[in-house]
Ligand binder design. Structure first.
Ligand SMILES: [Fe+2]
Length: 427
C-alpha cells in the first residue's frame, strides 16, 4: 500500500495520504473528462445513478466520512451531502425507475461543492488527529482515512463501467483507441491443484487496513481439483454461442459478425482475450462443458497456495503488485490476451488470477465468522449479505494496485452484465 509498509505500522505518513488523495482526485477528474458534457445527466447503466451523481458522490463521501463523521466537523451543505451520500443497486430496471425522479444540481454547483469538500479533507489529512480512537471508533487505525481513499479508487473502476456504456460519440476517445491485439497463450489446458488449506480473509492485526468483509481469517480445507490454466476466452465463448449460448454484453453483432465493444472503440472480436460475462452466463458455459465455477476457497488455493504447502501474498510471490505481473492498475483500459504475463502466474502455473478481469466464483457473498460491520461504513458489506450477490476475486485492468490484496473480496449480482469479470472452470 505504500502508506503503511509494515504490518502494524504505528506512524501514519500524512504526506503519503495527501498524495494518495490528490492522485485519486486527479484520476477522477480525468475520468469525468472522458464524457462529453452533454452526457452529464445521462444514466448509461439504467441500474445506476447518472454521471452527475458520481462527481458529487466522491468528494461528498470523503467529506462525510472523514471530516463530519470521524472528526465531528460541521456540515458544508446538508442537502448535497445527503443527495450524494450513496449509490444504488436495484435488482432490476423497473426498480431503478423510482430513482429517475431524483433531480440533480447543475454542474458548476456540484464542482464548487466538491472543491469545498476537497479543501476540508486535505486540511484534515494534513493536520487532524486521524488515529484518535478515543475520540471516534472511525479513527481507530486511521480507518476513516483509508476508507475514503480506497472508496474513491473502487469508484474509478465502476465509473469506467458506466462510461463504457456511453455511445462512442458521447465519449472523448482521441488518443485512447488502438487496444486491439491478439496473441496465443504460451501454455493452455488444465492444472492439477493438490489438496491443502486455503487462508481466506485476514487477521485484523495483519493488515494496515481492510474492509469489514475481509475479517476474520478463515482457514479452509480444499480437496484436490483441476482448474483451467487460462481464463475462458472470447474464442472459447464463440464455440458456445454457435451451440446456442448467450451473447456477452460486451459483444456486438455487425453484419453477421461479432465485434467487441472496448472501452473506447469497437474492434474485431479478440479471440484470445478473456470473455467478460455475467456469473449466470459463466455458469451456463461451465455446465455446457460439464464443469463448474471455482469456489472462493478454490480460487484462493489456485492463486495463493503452493505445492509445498506454503501460501503467498500474491500469486507471483511476495513482490508488490506491478505491471510485470498482470493487467491491472490501469496498465490498459481493455483486456490483453490471456497468459500474457507469465511472471504473474501462481505457484501452480495458473495465469491471470490477478488482473485482466475479475474472476467469478460460485460462492455467495457472506460474512466470515467474526464479522463486525465497518465503523466508518456499516452498510458497506452488510447490505449485500442477502444471498443475491456473488464473490469475485482478483482484479480487472482498471483496478488500482492498492486494491490488489489477497483478502479483498468484490461482489455483484449474478446477472449484472457490466462488470469487467471473466471466469475459468474447475472439476
Ligand atoms: Fe460509493
Amino acid at each position: 500500500m505504500g502508506v503503511l509498509t509494515s504490518t502494524r505500522a504505528p506512524r501514519l505518513d500524512r504526506n503519503a495520504l495527501r498524495t494518495w488523495y490528490l492522485n485519486n482526485r486527479g484520476r477522477s477528474a480525468e475520468l469525468f473528462a472522458l464524457a462529453e458534457p452533454a452526457a452529464y445527466y445521462e444514466r448509461p447503466i439504467p441500474l445506476r445513478h447518472p454521471i452527475v451523481f458520481y462527481e458529487g458522490h466522491l468528494p461528498a463521501f470523503s467529506y462525510n466520512k472523514l471530516v463530519r463523521e470521524a472528526l465531528g466537523g460541521a456540515s458544508l451543505d446538508p442537502a448535497l451531502e445527503r443527495l450524494f451520500e450513496r449509490g444504488i443497486d436495484p435488482p432490476d430496471v423497473r426498480d431503478a425507475k423510482r430513482h429517475e425522479r431524483d433531480s440533480w444540481p447543475d454542474r458548476a454547483r456540484v464542482q464548487a461543492f466538491g472543491a469545498a469538500c476537497d479543501a476540508a479533507v486535505l486540511q484534515a489529512l494534513a493536520s487532524a488527529d486521524l488515529t484518535d480512537a478515543s475520540a471516534s471508533p472511525l479513527l481507530k487505525n486511521a480507518q476513516a482515512a483509508f476508507t475514503i481513499l480506497e472508496h474513491e479508487e473502487m469508484h474509478h473502476e465502476t465509473l469506467l463501467y458506466l462510461l463504457h456504456r456511453l455511445p462512442l460519440e458521447e465519449k472523448r476517445v482521441a488518443g485512447r483507441t488502438g487496444a486491439y491485439v491478439e496473441a496465443a497463450p504460451l501454455a493452455t489446458g488444465r492444472v492439477q491443484i493438490g489438496a491443502g488449506t486455503a487462508t481466506l480473509g485476514a487477521r485484523r492485526e495483519a493488515l494496515a487496513f481492510g474492509w469489514d468483509n475481509e475479517f476474520a481469517e478463515r482457514i479452509v480445507d480444499v480437496a484436490a481439483f483441476e482448474i483451467d490454466r487460462n481464463d475462458v476466452t472470447n474464442g472459447d465463448w464463440l464455440a458456445f454461442v454457435r451451440d446456442g449460448g448467450p451473447l456477452p454484453a460486451f459483444w456486438l453483432e455487425r453484419d453477421g459478425a461479432y465485434r467487441l465493444l472496448g472501452a473506447f472503440e469497437e474492434m474485431p472480436l479478440p479471440l484470445t482475450w478473456p470473455v467478460y460475462v455475467t456469473q449466470q452466463q459463466a455458469r451456463a458455459y461451465a455446465a455446457w462443458r460439464g464443469s463448474q465455477l471455482p469456489t472462493e476457497a478454490q480460487y484462493h488455493r489456485a492463486a495463493f497456495g503452493a505445492p509445498d504447502g506454503s501460501e503467498r501474498a500474491f500469486p507471483w510471490g511476495a513482490a508488490p503488485p506491478s505491471a510485470a505481473f498482470g493487467n491491472f492498475d490501469f496498465k490498459r483500459f481493455d483486456p490483453e490476451p490471456v497468459g500474457t504475463n507469465p511472471a504473474g502466474a501462481s505457484a501452480w502455473g495458473v495465469h491471470d488470477l490477478v488482473g485482466n478481469g475479475w474472476e467469478w466464483t460460485s460462492t455467495i457473498f457472506e460474512p466470515f465468522d467474526g464479522f463486525v460491520p465497518h465503523a466508518s461504513y456499516p452498510q458497506y458489506s452488510a447490505d449485500f449479505f442477502d444471498g443475491q450477490h456473488i464473490v469475485l476475486k482478483g482484479a480487472s485492468p482498471v483496478t488500482s494496485r492498492n486494491l490488489v490484496r489477497r483478502s479483498l473480496r468484490n461482489w455483484y449480482r449474478p446477472s449484472y452484465p457490466y462488470v469487467y469479470a471473466t471466469f475459468r472452470t474447475v472439476d
